[in-house]
Design a protein around this ligand. Sequence first.
Ligand code: NAD
Length: 568
Amino acid sequence: MNLTAATLEEPGSTGRHSATESLPPSTPVLPHGIRILQNPAYNKGTAFTEAEREALGLHGLLPPQVFTPAEQVMRVMANYRRKASDIERYIHLISLLDRNETLFYRVVTEHIEEMLPIIYTPTVGQACQEYSTLFRRPRGFYISARDRGRIDAMLANWPWPDVRVIVVTDGERILGLGDLGAQGMGIPVGKLALYTVCAGVHPHFCLPVLLDVGTNNEALLRDPLYTGLRQPRLRGGAYRELVDEFVTAVQRRFPGALLQFEDFANANAFALLEACRDRVCTFNDDIQGTAAVALAGIHAALRLTGGNLTDQTLLLCGAGEAGLGIARLAVAALQDAGLEPDTARARCWLFDSKGLVVQARQDLSHAKRAFAHERPLCSGLTSAVETVRPTVLIGAAGVPRLFSQSVITEMARLNARPVVFALSNPTSKSECTAEEAYGWSEGRAVFASGSPFPAVTLGSRTWVPGQANNAYVFPGVGLGVIASQAARVTDAMFHAAARALAAEVGEIDIEQGRVFPALRRIREVSLAIAVAVAEEAYRAGLARVPCPADWRQHIAALMYEPTYPSYV
Ligand code: NAD
């Protein structure tokens, strides 16, 4: 398969993808009449011009007034602003996506700061919880335990043949909300929308997949509206065989496509990553993407705290996908910065549901044991902070209020500028609020969170907390992998992504206490990350395209713009 943008370009095009550039390979005949209005990929709604209405048989099917795309955006926003709740706003936007894809991407791209929390965390969490009730039209690709033996054939039903990125979940650990079974489809759908909005990956390159292996969520199994399989989750050999068949089938149907694993439960997430990473172009965003975002935040925080990376000691609360992923990438970064492997590992501490991860513990998994250091047993977080004396405290346990006043006060006693990241999602699971972090540390904390918090004013000073959102990293990484046609995704690429993200944090962000760039700059940020990733792919010999004269120019030219094509 030719993965270059040229497959989608018409002669004489600018080189930029627009919504229709996949028309020639995938749709030899443009739908006419009512069928084009009902096809979200081609529909322009009231923006069809007089000439197009004539050519496509649309007279009478539309009100006579022709509107510009900007006017259409105005109408969408007027209705959006009238919605009473975030979930209503989510439904409004997804309904737009079902009617007019280009307009959806234009609206969201132009209002990214306002809409990211709607199409992704935290609102997508509520959407997944209510997915069966909200169900209107199917979106994405469902593969269930009943489909053993026919997955490859089924994939031929997907309407877009040139798939370059797949996000797949089995719905077992949706955000911090647990097993939502087939209702987890909201996650791959949302993440792939972010690939397009944040990094300009063409929507028709994107395939959201839900592996329905059953659910152990009793409430869903009892829900008469539940859309998934009503059976307990597959485990063991049956589970592995289904996933294996899926991985093999997508490699055959869409060779070279990037496969992103998302919101799998801890044990499966690590096992799948280990099983696939050396043979498939794949990554796990919960493990590796989160790690890169957190590391970028630490790099940027050093501009406020004044230290070097090699001076930092990290305490990671939650030793799951996020915590272990951060620990592993931090060790690699500390080594890169000059520390010996043992010294680097000694700087990273874990704290899980049983307390500080120390050598005396008998209950540790192999992965955690790599970070078990010599210290007495310690079950309270405040005493763990006293013992470890971290400069950076990161929460990724999904346990609300884990960072109590005494924890934050102790961090502030030990550090002039304590770095505190409360990463757990959604907002209800956050380890502490922004107000608590700033208030309990007398305004000295460098704070970031997984879900967004509003600015905090204490006395005369206002802080704008940064959001450690994975959306800063995975779309740019994906774009870099697609552009370089990288054969594999490596930790070095995530480290390069973290450095590139930190470099995008501006002086004004830093003055406001924010260690991530403003979301409205996300496309520039994703481009910078994509360049760093593609360069790393090339350096490592993993790129499968010749090195272009200028990666930035090359990748910028691949980015999709949500503009209507002309059909006449
Ligand atoms: P996980 O289930 O793999 O791990 C959770 C870990 O928390 C486990 O190690 C568990 O032992 C530990 N834990 C449970 N109770 C604890 C307690 N009282 N004290 C300390 N540790 C405790 O989950 P995960 O994928 O690592 O995600 C954890 C959280 O991080 C979720 O809320 C998720 O939404 C969030 N997260 C945020 C981001 C982000 O902001 N960018 C990215 C990924 C995950």
